[in-house]
Write a protein that binds this ligand. Structure first.
Ligand SMILES: Cc1ncc(COP(=O)(O)O)c(C=O)c1O
Length: 403
């Protein structure tokens, strides 16, 4: 078991008062708070180590380069990849765009996504289809938010080029059986490239990209306690050559003449320009923090919070809960019947409670449920049952006030 009280002391922001109440931060699906180790690491970097990387012979540059490449190793170990398969990006959205812009398909190609995708895993593919006169096909879901996996057989055909699927729904928390899906799809057509959006799974479960056997795996640093503007694009070694560069510039080349440029092989081919160095170092610090606690222990704590909160919410008759089961990451989406989610969210904020309200960048999912938005509570390793009790008390109060 993790020691939550001890962990909470590592997050200075949790001492904050919001509207004269102690902050209760349940918006972790949007972004997580940062531990002292990550914050101090950024200060240390700028106080003692700041230099541009990869191109300098002086001591500071060599030290910064070493730290940056050590961070790549921390990330690759974290998801069981090789260092040469890790590209640093500015986040999940950037990673998906790099893949969608870097793959060229014949006219009429098809790309499969699902009904529950975040807009970031729809729009780059929609643009790709527009470029190729292709077709976006959609895996439907059931009323409980689970994917209709058996429909994949009808959707996959010899025109399918990519399956781009979220591992965990950011709105519902539903966990998709991606390993089984990848196996099944590769059996039907081994040439289909598979991208897994891990933005919401990496914070909550052990990821092993070798075991998953996906071609691309993407996630954001800021959802795993690291700074914003950091992200990861894992590309399987034998797929790297299939991806064209959509951005080039300093750091990507072996030699340049006006007639011809030779590019480096490996991940740096896709890391044009000066990167977010302190952010990447912060991501390594965040990963070390997670590793020091153990992702399995974190997951167990978060699951306990999910079960506790969902049971309590189920006791409130005025609520409509979406994906009302427990095969989920620690996310609960619900609505107060006949009330706008913004009104409920605004009242909760008056008591210092931060939840997300709206469509969560999943408008097609909202269209499926025929709603404008939901209230989403998403828990992280520093949240407690006492906070859930307080949230339930204030939610009941808000419902009374609104009715
Ligand atoms: C499932 C999923 N995909 C993609 C994104 C986009 O992430 P970012 O804004 O960090 O690029 C998010 C962010 O909430 C997400 O939850």
């Amino acid at each position: 078991m993790i020691d939550v009280e001890k962990i909470r002391k590592e997050f200075p922001i949790l001492n904050r008062q919001v509207n004269k109440s102690s902050l209760v931060y349940f918006d972790n699906g949007a972004t997580t708070q940062k531990p002292r180790g990550v914050i101090n690491g950024i200060v240390k970097y700028y106080s003692e180590q700041n230099a541009n990387i990869h191109r300098g012979v002086h001591t500071l540059s060599r030290e910064a380069t070493e730290l940056y490449e050590k961070a790549r190793k921390a990330v690759s170990d974290f998801i069981n990849a090789n260092d040469s398969e890790i590209i640093f990006t500015s986040g999940t959205t950037d990673s998906i765009n790099i893949v969608a812009n870097g793959l060229n398909f014949p006219t009429g190609s098809e790309i499969i996504v699902s009904q529950m995708e975040h807009h970031s895993n729809i729009l780059p593919w929609q643009l790709s289809c527009e470029r190729n006169n292709g077709k976006l096909r959609v895996i439907p879901i059931n009323q409980d938010g689970t994917l209709q996996v058996d429909r994949l057989k009808e959707l996959v055909n010899d025109k399918t080029r990519v399956l781009a699927l979220t591992h965990v729904s950011n709105t519902l928390g539903v966990i998709n059986p991606v390993k089984e899906i990848i196996k099944e799809v590769k059996k039907i057509n081994p040439n289909i490239l598979i991208l897994i959006d891990g933005a919401q799974s990496v914070p909550h479960m052990k990821i092993d990209v070798k075991d998953l056997d996906c071609d691309f795996f993407v996630f954001s640093g800021h959802k795993i306690y690291a700074p914003t503007g950091t992200g990861v694009l894992f590309i399987k070694e034998n797929v790297l050559g299939k991806l064209q560069m959509s951005k080039t510039g300093g750091g990507t080349i072996k030699s340049v003449t006006f007639e011809k440029t030779e590019y480096v092989d490996g991940p740096m081919r896709f890391e044009a320009g000066t990167p977010n160095i302190e952010g990447v170092l912060g991501m390594a610090d965040a990963i070390n923090f997670i590793n020091s606690l153990g992702i399995k222990e974190i997951a167990a704590h978060e699951h306990e919070l999910l079960c506790y909160a969902q049971t309590m919410l189920n006791g409130i008759s005025e609520l409509e809960i979406y994906a009302n089961h427990l095969n989920k990451a620690s996310v609960i989406s619900f609505n107060v019947k006949n009330q706008h989610p913004f009104d409920v969210g605004t009242l909760l904020d008056k008591y210092g409670i931060a939840v997300r309200t709206g469509h969560h960048c999943t408008q097609p999912l909202m269209q499926f449920y025929g709603i404008q938005g939901t209230i989403r509570a998403s828990f992280a390793l520093y949240n407690t049952k006492e906070e859930i009790d307080y949230f339930i008390e204030k939610l009941k109060k808000a419902i009374t006030m609104l009715n």
